[in-house]
Design a protein around this ligand. Structure first.
Ligand code: ATP
Length: 277
């Protein structure tokens, strides 16, 4: 249980062309790819290397995908862990995992370290001398604070670990400890917004490329009508349409298959009406 469980991907294989609807974020992150491809050049030109980047936005809008695309474009290893995997009651386990994660990434640099749901380990510190008399509460809080301190130490020591990029993702920026947001730690914050109609169309097109979609299907109508749908839900829609098409014996996805899939993925009064009716 005390073993770190970073998932390592030799090369994620994800490219920026797999990411749609968040072009501005992609544009900003190109610099990280340039750096990972040639860290020595930044060194030679005395350009300050990028430190950490915080990706902030609602679930399912491409934070993990874009982090993987940075590693994939640069062709470097990708070390991924979730913030919740560092939260242990046993004192010292979380900080040991942090140390190990960065150690492995530095040995294999250039590389990318990605911590998803970083708010789980980096919530605002309250000080260990809390008024609470609950021992377990204090132990858990102390452990989380030790883990966060270790993360801050790793980020501050990045000069010795040149060639490692640190990316964190959260949908609760407001919970993060301000120390993490100080310059030199996360020196850039990038907002990943939910897609608007044009973004939804681009995302549908990216996923339609991976299946056999009939040219008669008008994706723009779906993009217009499915406001509020995340990239993850749109990807699921394409997958679900493919399943419907197979079940119906169609040799490509038809408009009626898409309609049925939309219906299946729509949770609300209309769907409930059908279920109850
Ligand atoms: P969470 O906060 O829940 O971890 P996330 O923002 O990291 O969410 P991803 O894991 O990147 O979301 O998205 C899940 C899947 O949804 C992706 O693997 C991809 O298939 C699809 N997807 C999401 N956003 C996009 C996008 N902008 N372009 C293309 N596909 C997307």
């Amino acid at each position: 249980q005390s073993k770190p469980q970073a998932r390592v991907d030799g090369s994620t294989g994800v490219k920026f062309s797999d990411v749609a609807g968040i072009d501005e974020a992609v544009e900003e992150l190109q610099e990280l790819v340039r750096y990972l491809k040639n860290p020595e050049l930044f060194d030679k030109m005395a350009i300050k290397p990028p430190h950490g980047v915080l990706l902030e936005g609602p679930p399912g809008c491409g934070k993990t995908l874009i982090a993987k695309a940075i590693a994939g474009e640069a062709g470097v290893p990708f070390y991924q862990m979730a913030g919740s995997e560092f939260v242990e009651v046993l004192v010292g386990v979380g900080s040991a995992r942090i140390r190990d994660l960065f150690k492995r990434a530095k040995v294999n640099k250039p590389s990318v370290v990605f911590i998803d749901e970083i708010d789980a380990l980096a919530t605002r510190r309250q000080g260990i001398f809390s008024e609470s008399t609950n021992y377990l509460y204090n132990a858990a809080t102390q452990e989380r604070e030790t883990t966060l301190n270790q993360l801050l130490i790793e980020l501050d020591g990045f000069d010795t670990g040149k060639g490692v990029i640190f990316l964190g993702a959260t949908n609760r920026m407001d919970l993060l400890d301000p120390a993490l947001l100080r310059p030199g730690r996360f020196d850039r914050k990038i907002r990943i917004r939910p897609p608007a109609a044009k973004g939804r169309l681009d995302i549908l097109k990216v996923h339609a490329r991976k299946v056999k979609m009939s040219p008669t299907v008008d994706l723009s109508t779906y993009a217009q009508n499915l406001s509020g749908w995340s990239g993850a839900k749109l990807a699921q829609l394409v997958q679900e349409s493919a399943l419907v098409a197979v079940r119906k014996g169609h040799d490509s996805i038809l408009q009626s298959d898409m309609d049925e899939a939309v219906d299946r993925l729509t949770v609300g009064p209309k769907r409930l009406g059908i279920a109850l009716g």
